[in-house]
Design a protein around this ligand. Structure first.
Ligand code: UDP
Length: 390
């Protein structure tokens, strides 16, 4: 028997955390539901996958709490957190385990789990470092994690390490790497690839792609800087502005493209569902985050698509890419190093193809979806006192 699971997530858009939960919730669809604190495309994707969803809309005061926020906003949100926690606790009655997929949903969920006397899993997909969170939010997350999470699943060793460094209890944490189904990345045909290149308007030009939401810390501006050093190279930016003030960053990227005279070489595609096909359309996949990445699904996806990947040397990416063997690493925020590495990859096709092949093999071996589902199931069954079955 499998425990009944109530998954929680606070966002309605599709970030990496939500795409990972999509795979997990689909696997447990018969015995679970997802409660979202906001409506949006994520609900549609879950429902398409046969997963039951309830939207328990968060009060405005809770929505307004941001990662960088301080105590003032947090205090104002307390009544809203309590009200939402009561609603979640009522839902929780029919379930064996609560499972929070995001930090905000963990704060609400941990209170709800206590009220409902249910075990609580926190799937930690964020790096609790000062690059990403204010000191007070780190303290709050770690205090709740230590007291109210039965188990913390970290999506990388880097994420686990940052939790423990912030004061989190090491005995609560288990690392389960994100896993990704290779099939869609391997199913793209040469005809589909050619069609995608035509649609984007790449012609025969070499192209580099970044597949991330447009956010200052995702570092698309570094690629634009690198492009000024690489005449003839096109850039394909796949991803939209999803959270907070990312719209402003997106606008600044467009302005930069005009100011640098790159309009005919930079292609903004917005948020897309056909990422596998678009990965095949570019010659190199770049990951440009200027702050450490908790995991970096796009890095694994680029490797699964058999594309050479150049990524920034920080955070979870160090657990994915072995520099010079399965991909290339460059220092975060270093446009000159990025340009040089892109140039080297494009100039040596045979060596680059071998690197990409090794990357694909490593990604298939180390980040399989089955291994992720097995790891998550083990933790769910463990906290619920059930025998693990997958
Ligand atoms: N992604 C997508 N459409 C886009 C851009 C990105 O579906 O237009 C997906 C991408 O394929 C990856 C995820 O969004 O699976 C991003 O995950 P990652 O871990 O790289 O970053 P996060 O969003 O979690 O910071």
């Amino acid at each position: 028997m499998t425990p009944r699971i109530l998954f929680l997530d606070h966002v309605g858009v599709l970030g990496g955390a939500e795409l990972s939960l999509l795979d997990v919730a689909r696997h447990f669809a018969d015995v679970s539901r997802v409660a979202l604190f906001e409506d949006g495309p994520f609900r549609h994707r879950l429902e398409e996958a046969g997963v039951g969803v309830d939207v328990l809309a968060a009060p405005e005061s809770v929505k307004k709490v941001s990662r960088e926020g301080g105590k003032g906003g947090d205090l104002k949100s307390l009544p809203g957190v309590a009200a939402l926690a009561w609603r979640v606790a009522r839902r929780a009655r029919g379930y064996d385990v609560l499972y929070a997929n995001s930090q905000k949903s963990f704060v609400v969920g941990s209170v709800a789990a206590r009220l409902a006397r249910k075990p609580m899993i926190w799937h930690l997909r964020d790096l609790l470092t000062d690059d990403h969170f204010s000191a007070s939010h780190r303290r709050l997350a770690v205090t709740l994690g230590n007291r109210l999470a039965t188990r913390v699943i970290a999506n990388s060793e880097a994420t686990a390490h940052a939790f423990v460094e912030s004061g989190g209890r090491a005995d609560r944490v288990r690392v389960v790497y994100n896993g990704i189904d290779p099939a869609p990345f391997e199913a793209v045909t040469p005809e589909e690839t050619a069609a995608a290149r035509r649609e984007i308007g790449l012609g025969d030009a070499p192209a580099v792609g970044v597949f991330s939401r447009l956010s200052p810390w995702k570092g698309q501006h570094v690629l634009l800087d690198a492009l000024t050093r690489m005449p003839g190279l096109h850039a394909v930016l796949v991803g939209g502005a999803l959270f907070g003030d990312e719209e402003r960053y997106a606008a600044s990227l467009h302005e930069k493209v005009v100011a640098y005279g790159l309009s005919d070489r930079v292609h903004f595609l917005g948020f897309r569902r056909d990422v596998p096909r678009l990965l095949h359309a570019v010659d190199v996949v770049a990951h440009t985050s200027v702050a450490p990445e908790p995991f970096g699904r796009v890095v694994v996806e680029g490797m699964l698509a058999g594309r050479p990947v150049v990524a920034t040397r920080a955070g979870g990416v160090l657990e994915i890419v072995e520099d010079g063997v399965t991909g290339r690493l460059v220092p975060p925020g270093d446009a000159a190093a990025l340009a040089e590495t892109l140039g080297a990859l494009l100039a040596a096709p045979a060596r680059t193809a071998a690197l990409a092949r090794a990357g694909r093999e490593a990604a298939r071996r180390r980040f399989s979806r089955d291994a992720m589902l097995e790891g998550v199931a083990r933790q769910i069954c463990g906290v619920a006192g059930f025998q693990a079955v997958t």
